[in-house]
Design a protein around this ligand. Structure first.
Ligand code: PEP
Ligand code: MN
Length: 295
């Protein structure tokens, strides 16, 4: 390995996902949508698919506000076994109907390697949740699923570990990976998670993969979502993942962080000028990284 190819330190050993002189940027194509190009892509929708009415109403509202991708979990990883676990295949069929009616691409979570085929039948992007970032059987199965993967950072994972999981998917045959910063667990309790926005310029420097930010799970607080979305846009994120529901206070999961249609529309209008301020990360380069963790 030449000195030049090692500039990104410990990250360079993930050779399929690390940035090199030859491979600076991956653009992930989702139907006609390019993620990681110069456009800013917003994925929005409810935490969970609850009913056809709920999802179709949300799909229309987020499309009208400018979102390009509809999100909604049909398989829900819940911390409590007594919480709603998702509608499963019925939820996937509702997502499919929303795509037919609005033209939005669909992102939905896959939790188990056994579900990869059925989720890939309906989804345009396969979401790997924070709790599954280290589910290697799932990551390997996604290598041959034929769909792009959105890989969320584990809530206790270092960026190195996130890239390691991305490398597993790429090694298994799937180069179309989008990284997602969704907040990590720290000693802070004022927010649900600590949204690590520095992850964006670091990941954009060491990896060629697109990076998006999820300020909904990253804060857990509805009022903080639009302001952190602004920040994500300015620091060069390739897009956002946002939870939206017709009646957020009645959402079956993640109510406290979910935006109403009006709040989402306002956020999208507000974001335009911040997106145009985004920094050019190609310009930052290797000097961003100081090796080691010494204070
Ligand atoms: C979600 O996107 O609804 C979700 C469960 O996210 P995370 O895996 O980041 O908690
Ligand atoms: Mn959620």
């Amino acid at each position: 390995m030449t000195a030049n190819s090692q500039w990104n330190g410990q990250f360079s050993r993930f050779n399929l996902v690390a940035k090199t002189a030859e491979r600076c940027r991956t653009v992930v194509l989702v139907r006609e949508l390019a993620i990681g190009a110069d456009n800013f892509v917003v994925m929005a929708g409810p935490c969970a698919v609850e009913s056809e009415h709920q999802l179709l109403a949300t799909a229309e509202a987020v499309a009208a506000a400018g979102a390009q991708v509809l999100r909604g979990g049909a398989y829900k990883p819940r911390s409590s076994p007594y919480s709603f676990q998702g509608l499963g295949v019925e939820g996937l069929k509702i997502l499919n109907k929303a795509r037919q009616e609005t033209g939005l691409a669909i992102i939905t979570e896959v939790m188990s390697e056994e579900d990869v085929d059925v989720v890939a039948e309906y989804a345009d992007i396969m979401q790997v949740g924070t709790r599954s970032m280290e589910n290697y059987a799932l990551l390997e199965a996604l290598g041959s699923c034929g769909r792009p993967v959105l890989l969320k950072r584990g809530m206790t994972a270092r960026l190195e570990e996130l890239l390691q999981s991305a490398q597993v998917i790429a090694e298994a045959g799937n180069p179309d990976i989008i990284l997602c910063e969704r907040g990590i667990r720290t000693f802070e309790t004022a927010t649900r998670n600590t949204l690590d926005l520095a992850a964006v310029p670091v990941l954009k420097t060491v990896s060629h993969l697109p990076v998006i930010v999820d300020p909904s799970h990253g804060t857990g607080v509805r009022a903080l979502v639009p302001i952190m979305a602004r920040a994500a846009a300015v620091i060069g994120s390739d897009g956002l993942l946002i939870e939206v529901h017709p009646t957020p206070e009645k959402a079956w999961s993640d109510a406290a962080q979910t935006l109403s249609f009006e709040e989402f529309d306002e956020m999208m209008r507000d974001l335009r000028r911040y997106v145009s301020m985004a920094l050019a990360f190609e310009a930052i380069g290797p000097q961003l990284l100081v090796a080691g963790g010494a204070n």
